[in-house]
Design a protein around this ligand. Sequence first.
Ligand code: SF4
Length: 226
Amino acid sequence: MHKILYDITKFSILDYEDHLSAILWFGGCNMRCPYCHNADIVFGKNSIQKEEAINFLKSRIGKLEAVVFSGGECTLYKELPTLAKEIKEFGFKIKIDTNGTNPALLKEMVERNLVDFISLDFKAPKEKYISITSNKEFSSFLETLKYLIQKGQDFEVRTTVHTDILDENDINSIIKELHSFGFKGKYFIQNYMHQDKILGDLKEQKRALNRDKIISNLININFRNF
Ligand code: SF4
């Protein structure tokens, strides 16, 4: 598995709400979600040197507010806390996009104040987790989720929906689970947008998720791309 710094997006207004940010993309992933449109990143087909990223960020001090760590799965990169510390010393906030399967590293980053906001993927309910992600670490994901809630960390949860593989019952089961753990943040249900180059062989959805069947009174639900 490749664990490399893959690329930089030098400017984004979309990836960290209310922040001008740069995105560092980390190559390699421990999942194989069929709807993933970042295949080149997952397989680490490019790489940049850390110094290139650091020099670029230095040149943006006072111009950008934040740096987003995305991928791929950035928490596979064991040097992440060290890199985050270096970047925070420039005055940037840090957001992490993660599938949550490395609770130890995420805990370290939270405890050391090395992360300001986390976007956590809740890929699927337990019974569909392996079939959708090809990953067996649902218990690690749950450990991350419970820890972030208990710690009061600022974070959001999101699920990408393609109705061939997830339906209204699955989403409702995720909502009930989040509610039972006491999750108070925003939950984003993201509608799959078809692209030709994805990891699996999914086609366009035959039907959209029926939003009227989604439980709306337990947690803060937000629909994206519907
Ligand atoms: S969508 Fe899945 S396979 Fe793609 S980067 Fe995210 S966790 Fe990895």
